[in-house]
Design a protein around this ligand. Structure first.
Ligand code: PEP
Ligand code: MG
Length: 316
């Protein structure tokens, strides 16, 4: 029994009836890679690479980047390592790339892939460093861009990844336009990953840093669930993986709902991984599907949460 309990705490993510749902970690630097290993993560679902760039007067050298990427790949030889390319902008300004003009609304400015359109050399250096790291490791590297809004941007990024000889290119779905047009974006890439933090922020026009608007950022908001469901369905139809890497995956009941909708992997802070693993292990795929359906039919966030939980006994 003790062995079984340990296996459940440490083992791979799966539903009670044995459907595998790899549980991955969100990491923001080398220290978090250790925490991800300790929490029994099966890989990295979101490697935020901003730590390499922020607070620097010069861009990070390729060798320095390669070392960080290789360390992450080597830490998870069997599992996926999804690295997100630089997601900086006026909200996270870079000393060596000042914006050409002040941005009154940094969250709506030249962030993520948009900054790369202006400075493709920064992206190319990062993609080359990633390819070099992958070539020297047995890890399975996937690379994705942030703040992609259109299929055209997805195509542009995927082409850059191909030019750099990267094996797998994806995009985050965190702008409502991308969710609404998910089939078109999916046609351009190998996978997508839903970022519920920004998707909620942009769906409700509610600053994610503003506590006063927390009700609008509730992960159970029906409009957010609609965008998530649309994206997951499009990915299923395209036969391509769709993970969720926003904080929504850290809510055990929501994790079950996401799996019920068809998410193929979940990625979260290492600290909350064990609770999600236990929630999945305690429920069947059918229960997850019923919970998802019930949540989607509810008119308010509170009712969606309650409706889902009614199908997920044992969750606090
Ligand atoms: C998100 O937006 O949901 C996400 C995972 O990315 P970040 O929190 O780094 O913006
Ligand atoms: Mg984001």
């Amino acid at each position: 029994a003790r062995q079984e309990a340990i296996a459940q705490v440490r083992g791979p993510g799966r539903t009670q009836d044995g459907v595998a749902v790899p549980l991955l970690a969100n990491v923001g630097g080398p220290g978090d890679v250790e925490a991800a290993l300790a929490a029994g993560a099966e890989g990295i679902g979101l490697y935020r690479t901003e730590f390499l760039y922020l607070g620097r007067r010069q861009p990070p050298r390729p060798e320095e980047q390669e070392e960080a990427y290789r360390a992450a790949l080597d830490a998870f030889p069997g599992g996926p390592v999804v690295v997100r390319t630089l997601d900086a902008g006026a909200d996270k300004p870079l000393a060596f790339l000042p914006p050409p003009a002040p941005e009154p609304n940094p969250a709506l400015g030249e962030r993520g892939v948009r900054l790369f359109r202006r400075h493709p050399e920064v992206m190319e250096t990062q993609l080359d460093a990633l390819a070099t790291a992958a070539a020297g490791s047995s890890g399975r590297l996937h690379v994705m861009a942030a703040m992609v809004a259109t299929a055209e941007e997805a195509r542009w990024f995927a082409a850059a990844c191909r030019s750099a000889d990267l094996p797998s290119a994806g995009v985050m779905i965190e702008v409502p336009a991308a969710a609404l047009r998910a089939p078109g974006l999916l046609a351009e890439v190998d996978f997508v990953s839903i970022g519920t933090n920004d998707l909620a922020q942009y769906c409700f026009a509610a600053d994610r840093e503003l506590g006063a608007l927390s009700e609008l950022q509730d992960r159970w908001q029906p409009a957010l669930l609609d965008l998530v469901a649309m994206t997951v369905s499009a990915a299923r139809a395209a036969g391509k993986p769709c993970g969720v890497c926003g904080e929504a995956a850290a809510d055990p009941a929501m994790a079950c709902v996401l799996v019920g909708l068809g998410a193929t992997t979940l990625s979260m802070s290492p600290a909350v991984l064990p609770a999600t693993r236990a929630a999945l292990a305690g429920h069947t795929m059918e229960q997850c599907r019923f919970a998802a359906q019930a949540a989607r039919e509810a008119p308010t966030a509170a009712q969606a949460r309650a409706a889902a939980r009614a199908h997920l006994p044992g969750l606090a």
